[in-house]
Write a protein that binds this ligand. Sequence first.
Ligand code: ZN
Length: 478
Amino acid sequence: MSNQKNDFSKWYIDTIQKADLMDYTPVRGCIAFKPDGYEIWEHIQDEMNKRFKETGHRNAYFPMLIPESFFEKEKDHIEGFSPELPWVTEAAGEKLEERLALRPTSETMIGHLYSDWIKSYRDLPVLINQWANVFRWEKKTLPFIRTSEFLWQEGHTAHVDEDEARAETMQMLNIYKEVVEELLAIPVYDGQKTPSERFAGAVDTYSIEAMMKDGKAVQAGTSHYLGTKFAEAFDIKYLTKENRHEFVHTTSWGTSTRLIGSVIMVHGDEQGLVLPPRVAPTQVVLIPVGPWKKNPAIMERLDAIFKELKAKDIRVRLDDSDQSPGYKFNEWELKGVPVRVELGPRDLENEQALMKARDADEKVAVDLSNLVESIEQELQTMQTRLLEKARAFREEHSHTHIDTLDELKKHIADSVDNSEIPGWILAGWCGDDECEEHVKEETKFTTRNIPFNPPAEKSTCINCGKDSKHTVWFARAY
Ligand SMILES: [Zn+2]
C-alpha cells in the first residue's frame, strides 16, 4: 500500500483498486463500478430517494441523446458545455441529419418536454428527478471524482414564481448537506458560487464543498436557480389564475458518483478504506480464529450471531475461508469494513469475543451475551465519530488569518517546506472577476463558495485590497 501522506493520489488509486471498487476500461475516462463500489452508490441513492420523495418529488427518465439544436437555444449553456460534448453523427450506416449529443445534463431535453407538459397554474409545480448517466469528455480524469461518463441524479423543477423556485433551490441544497453529513460523515460548507463558477445557464448556483485529506476541495453537490432563462429558451409558459401567460421559474440540482470518491478521500487511512457504517457494503465481518476448525462450537456460535445480525438488517459477512486470520484482518481493513469480530476457542470458553472498530487502535473484549447490542452501538458511535474526526481535520486545515495574496503565497510555500497541506483559506473578495482569476493564476486556489455561515468575516479583497463584498472559501479543488 502506498503512503497516503507522501503521495495521496497514488494512495487513492491503489486503494480503490485493491479494495475492488472499480476497474479501468479500454475507453479513456470511463470506469467500471464493481459491486462494492456500486453498492456505496446504492446506499446514497436510497437515502436521497427517501428525502426527494418526502419532499414531493418523483423519479422519471429522459433520453440520453439530445439534438444539437436544443443546445443552441440557451447561449450560456452551449458555451459552457460544448467543449466537453461527445457526439453521435451516424447510425445504421448513415450520417444523421442532425447530430446528437450524449447528454452532459438534461435541462434542454426536459425544457423541450416541459413546454408541452405545462399549460396552466394547475400543472405546477413540476417536481421531477432523474437517475442517469451523463457524459463530459474530460481531459484529466480520476476514478469516481472526474470521469468522462458518470452516474448522477438531476432534479428539474418548474414553479409559478421566483420565490417558490428559490425556496426549492435552497431546500434541495439542504437535503444534500444533510445526506452528505449524516450518511457519508462528511462535513460541508454550504454557500453560493461566484458568477465565474456558476452552472452554465443559471441565475444563481449554490454548492456544498468538502475538504479531502490532501486539503483539496470537492464540490459535492450543486443546486441552481435558473430563473426564466430555460423557460424563455424553450417557451415554457403557463396560464395564471388571472388568465395571463407567464414563464415558469425553473431549478435544477445534482449530486454524482464523485460522492464515492469523496468518502474514500475523507476517511481513508494508510491501511485502506474507512467506510462510514451507513454506506459500507459490509458493516460487520465475523472471523473465526485459533484452531477453530477442530472446534465446531466456534462456527455454530458465529452462525448464530450472523443470523441475529441479519435479522436486524445489519450487513454482515462470515469469513470462514482458509486464509490466515492475519490475512483476513488486513483484507477487511483494506475494504474499510467498520466492525470486525473475532472468536476463538479461548474466547468461547470465556463467553466473550473480540471486537475492533476500523478506526480504533485496540480490540475490546465483549460478552457474547450482549455482542449484538454492542455491535449495533459501535456502528452508531463510529458513524458519529467519523463525522467529528472529519470536522476536526477540516477545522485544523481551514485558515482564516490570511488577508493578502502575498500572505497566501507564503502560506503555501511554508506548507510545502513543512510537508503540510495548505488546506483552505477564508478571504475577502471585492466581487471583481479579475481578482478571482489572478489569485487562481498565481496560486491555483479557486473560489469554492461564499459560505452562508462563514467562521469569520473578512473586510478587504485578498487580491486588490479594496473593500470586500464577500467572504469566500479559496482552495485547490478536484
Ligand atoms: Zn479585488
